[in-house]
Design a protein around this ligand. Structure first.
Ligand SMILES: *Cc1c(COP(=O)(O)O)cnc(C)c1O
Length: 470
């Protein structure tokens, strides 16, 4: 499992020097872990919490805006739509809205979350490979931007356009088929990816040009060339392909019908240290070099970043319930496992997490590094948050912090063993300089677990009227 050298107790990665803003984030995080223990967020009845750094989220949102402002022509419309699936929590969406960030949604649930957060339709984009007629109708009625995934979906939209007017900007998702990155499950631009119209398939370009000619309302192109594991250069190449296609369509139609390019999200996150690399500014600069026309003002721009906005601002903190030894290997049994870190547990090679050791009071734990496993609470042997990582020896009552888990981790509960969804709290400074917490999501109660698990239907399979009783 390679490099856990960032977890030897300093939490900053082999003692490497990190920029001041990152160092401040680390200091805020350590203070928040301490305060979570001191203030009882973590306690006998709540052995695991998710923490979110409010100032950090604001900083990332500001960095994203500034990065694109620096390269975009004056007055050029730019919408940064946060990919809601990365952190589907209403207060987070509201915080981002406050920072000028919209929402990219891909299901009725995500759309409802965005609306609950107060996102306006013109700040919302609907993608998803499996939109139902009802979802499409709702989106068009609300005036939300929709990116059609395929010809059949476009035909459904044709039907809806014939019967009602809409303000929704409409686009078509294309797959530039540039190949994958290091993680198959998040590589969206392979030749056989399920997303969008495969641009290099025979006849596809011609079909797209015709589709636009027949539909003057089809004004956007959308591509999302990948997520974690995709190099920036490949992402930029995907954007270049989409830009070239838009230019070709507009040239061949003799009108500037395509007026907006949605370049998706997918900027990778550095999970191996506390350094925020790559930075949004780096990607925006690369895009401006690789696709200069993109920022010339001829097109509006939509982005859909998820992981890169939130990952570094979330921390899972869990108590060490027991510390044992097996076959000579120390094993800390904690309350954080597959239910909050599903990808890491099932695919540890692709999604390794850094773990920081904290003592019973929440202070960073000192001591010589000992190779040990950090296990979760679920009843299968593979439920390991980290295998063979070098940390100060964890003991009963200590705490572990799983770092960089603000996106696709604790907000993505997996109900294995009916483990409760942890509470999620945002943290910031109070008036006196201490750490204050705000509830983002309550911890799930045992009663809620029973209710979600058919508690109201306990007799439905056994009462005399049940199917199979006759
Ligand atoms: C998942 C997804 C995103 C966000 O990807 P990140 O890697 O989290 O930035 C953006 N757009 C679409 C269409 C997606 O499916």
């Amino acid at each position: 499992m390679g490099s856990y050298d960032g977890t030897t107790g300093d939490g900053v990665g082999s003692g490497a020097v990190i920029p001041a803003q990152d160092a401040e984030r680390v200091a805020r995080r350590d203070a928040a872990v301490r305060a979570a223990v001191e203030q009882g967020l973590l306690g006998p009845g709540s052995p695991i919490v998710g923490l979110l750094d409010v100032a950090g989220i604001r900083e990332s949102a500001a960095a994203l805006r500034a990065a694109f402002d620096a390269v975009a022509a004056p007055g050029m419309p730019v919408l940064h739509a946060f990919a809601v699936k990365a952190t589907p929590l209403v207060p987070v969406l509201r915080l981002l809205r406050d920072e000028g960030i919209g929402a990219e949604v891909a299901s009725p649930g995500e759309l409802a979350l965005a609306r609950a957060a107060g996102l306006r339709p013109e700040r919302t984009v609907l993608d998803s490979p499996a939109k139902t007629p009802a979802e499409l109708r709702e989106a068009l009625a609300l005036g939300i931007a929709v990116n059609a995934d395929n010809p059949q979906e476009l035909a459904r939209i044709d039907g809806l356009m014939a019967s009602a007017a809409t303000r929704s900007p409409l686009g078509l998702r294309v797959n530039p088929q540039l190949g994958g990155g290091s993680i198959g499950a998040t590589s969206t631009a392979t030749a056989t990816s399920k997303f969008g119209v495969a641009l290099r398939d025979e006849g596809a370009r011609e079909w797209i040009v015709r589709a636009c000619r027949d539909r003057p309302w089809l004004t956007r192109l959308h591509a999302h060339t990948g997520s974690q594991g995709i190099p920036l250069s490949l992402m930029a190449q995907g954007v270049a392909e989409v830009y070239a296609l838009a230019e070709e369509i507009n040239r061949r139609l003799g009108r500037r019908q395509i007026d907006t390019l949605d370049i998706g999200g997918g900027m990778p996150v550095n999970f191996s240290s506390d350094a925020t690399t790559p930075a949004f500014a780096q990607y925006a600069r690369l895009l401006s070099e690789a696709v200069p026309g993109l920022f010339g003002g001829g097109y509006g721009l939509v982005t859909e970043f998820g992981r890169s906005l939130l990952a570094k601002h979330g921390t899972i903190v869990a108590r060490v319930e027991y510390a044992k030894s097996a076959g000579g290997r120390p094993v800390a049994v904690t309350h954080a496992g597959v239910q909050v870190a599903t990808r890491t547990v099932y695919a540890p090679g692709s999604w390794p997490l850094r773990i920081a050791a904290h003592d019973a009071k929440g202070h960073r734990k000192e001591g010589p590094a000992v190779v040990q496993d950090v296990a979760g609470p679920a009843c299968f042997s593979g439920d390991l948050l980290a295998e063979g990582c070098a940390l100060p020896l964890l003991e009963e009552g200590d705490h572990v912090a799983a770092l960089d888990t603000g996106a696709y981790y604790f907000a993505h509960h997996y109900a294995y063993n009916s483990l409760a969804r942890p509470g999620v709290y945002g943290f910031g400074r109070d008036e006196t300089g201490g750490v204050a917490f705000a509830t983002v999501r309550e911890r799930q109660s045992v009663e809620e677990i029973v209710a979600e698990s058919g508690g109201a239907h306990a007799d439905s399979l056994t009462d005399p009227a049940a199917p199979g009783q006759h």
